[in-house]
Design a protein around this ligand. Sequence first.
Ligand SMILES: [Zn+2]
Length: 413
Amino acid sequence: MAFSASIGTQTAVQQQIARLAALRDVHAAMEWFRSHEPELRDWQLEVAAIPAPPFGEGPRAEWLHSRFNELGLEDVQVDAVGNVVGVRPPADPDQKLVAVTAHIDTVFAAGTPLNVHREGDRLYGAGISDNGAGIVGLLALASALRAAKVRLSAGLLFIGNVGEEGEGDLRGMRHIFCESAWKDRIGPTVVLDGAATDTVVTQALGSRRFQVTIQGPGGHSWSDFGAPNPIVVLSRAIARFSRTELPAEPKISANVGVISGGTSVNSIPESASMRVDIRSASQQEMERVERALRDAVAGVVSEYPRRARNGSKGISYEIQLIGCRPAAELDPSARILQVIHAVDAHLGNRARPHRASTDANIPLSLGREAISIGAGGTGGGAHTLQEWYDPAERGLGLKRALLAVLALAGVSQ
Ligand SMILES: [Zn+2]
């Protein structure tokens, strides 16, 4: 019975999308995307040329703050952690806001030559697509809705968020959903990340990252020979940890990505460390593998005396959590999922469900409805200096985001 009921709801959502798409104002908004592509492209070149390394998003936030103001959003501000927020007010103030967000940070360290430029119709440069495309998506939605004077029942909360990449550890989204004044006013969330229209991220790939440091007394390789060697201890711990079973389903990965330690070939090192990344969509599996890591390190260290023979200190260790992204999954019956499926069916767009680590991790882990989609167009070379973006198919991505946001917010006549 549940099956036929959900088919019924899906049909109703499908009809809602068809009705929305037929409205004159909505048509005008879609037409705006087509006729304003040159402006979108200019915005993209402009924003991608402003460096936004992890923890250095300030100048880009300033730029976006000015655009939000120009586009007539209200309550525009840069919040305590550096997110840029602006509101399109609701017709019905009792309805929850629909959040539309794109990360403004890049993976590129300060000083990286971004080399943003255009060749023919293609745009090039580090970060041009991830997330130049998403940021332009936010601006395009705000502009088109304004130009076409579409009246929405629910308000829209536009957010350029900080700290999505790497060690940023989703701090912008954490702040919005855990600390900001908006946290209880947000209903569904649509994340725009990168180019394309062929996926819907519905599963939040979680990760836990650790820095493991082993310390010992150190010494001269000849005269202090026999003192415990942190590099050897660390290597033994890695070998033990690497025997941990990692099932294919639910998939989990573990990676020792960086090791460091020691000063010279004829010194017993005083310390050695590694960085470990554990990823899965299953929180339980991640916790199990984290325990295996802790057991491997503690087990190997316990085989060494606490004090060296000469009374100096023995081996000690520290495990520091340097990144933590919650794993979670969208409820298959969630309305936001029905909406995006109906939008894709309406537009004849084929998209597959996807598992990834995105801004949606935070709302999903809090049991909120969220999806992450591309902002249209095609792109490649993400996280490299050869990154590119082609806006030819941008219109499809923007229509897709627009219809999804309209269906979630409701259009008042
Ligand atoms: Zn991204």
